[in-house]
Design a protein around this ligand. Structure first.
Ligand code: ADP
Length: 257
């Protein structure tokens, strides 16, 4: 009966089976807990902007509100609604990735030209914060990537570099070939990431400093999306960071993946 089969201490095949079942049921339990935890973080994340929305909408309803306040509160509502919409969009994207309904459409792309285009579009946001954004890309190598998804990767990493770097610093993007691979590095001179947090930054909704990320418009999903997209290209993405000095993210993909 069950008691015999599930004896994990038996020294025979039944024992082995029992140990396998035991491990499997532990893993299922772990996944179930992780899912519950994730869902509870998501509902918390969604509740925060909703609370703001409701609060400010209530205030706007008051008839005697000065025009100046009205404008200010309306723009907060707009910001929170955008935050919420972006967050739902990103969660939906990640859910599609989980269900393998996320397709990659690769094309042959000249890498330097591609990076230059992204950078020129992002430059104004960096200039506004007095951060110098530079690209070093020596030889225009062709790569086989999904340009829309890859743009999202570079955008997310550069957006973080801008958010977490201080004024009057530089952010450097460099791309080069290394055997059959291309390597793209994004380096900032920002606050860096504490060593103990580094293993977790790829997790959904993980943030070193929640309130700081939120104040900067972060949603805690950017790096999770980066990692998924790069892995779908058969590549890797790594980080090196010195707390207080800066961070480098390194993407490596096969030229013809
Ligand atoms: P967020 O929307 O909060 O930026 P991400 O998934 O993009 O979410 O990043 C997760 C966390 O990793 C951030 O909250 C931040 O604490 C840390 N992080 C990411 N990039 C950098 C960087 N370039 N410099 C310092 N910290 C960073």
């Amino acid at each position: 009966d069950n008691d015999v089969i599930l004896d994990i201490h038996r020294d025979d095949e039944l024992g082995e089976l029992a140990r396998a079942i035991y491990t499997l049921s532990n893993e299922l339990e772990y996944l179930k807990n992780e899912r519950t935890e994730f869902l509870s973080s998501v509902s918390h994340e969604l509740r925060t902007p909703l609370t703001y929305l409701k609060g400010y909408a209530d205030i706007l309803n008051r008839s005697n509100l000065p025009a100046k306040d009205r404008e200010k509160f309306a723009s907060i509502i707009q910001e929170e609604a955008t935050h919420l919409a972006e967050m739902v969009k990103e969660l939906f994207l990640l859910a599609k990735m989980d269900k393998n309904q996320f397709l990659i459409h690769k094309k042959t792309i000249p890498l330097c030209y591609f990076l230059q285009d992204i950078i020129s579009k992002l430059k104004p946001a960096f200039t506004e914060k007095n951060i110098r954004l530079q690209l070093t890309c020596a030889k225009d190598v062709n790569v086989n990537i999904d340009p829309i998804r890859f743009r999202q990767v570079i955008n997310n990493l550069l957006d973080n570099a801008r958010k977490y770097a201080s004024e009057y610093t530089s952010v450097k993007v460099s791309a080069y070939e290394q055997e059959d691979n291309v390597v793209i590095e994004i380096t900032d001179q920002g606050e860096g990431i504490p060593e103990k947090d580094i293993p977790y930054i790829w997790e959904r909704l993980y943030r070193v400093d929640k309130s700081r990320s939120r104040a900067l418009g972060g949603r805690g999903l950017g790096l999770a999306i980066v990692k998924e997209i790069i892995e779908r290209h058969g590549g890797t993405v790594n980080v090196k960071s010195l707390y207080g000095e800066g961070t480098t993210f390194t993407i490596k993909i096969k030229k013809w993946n």
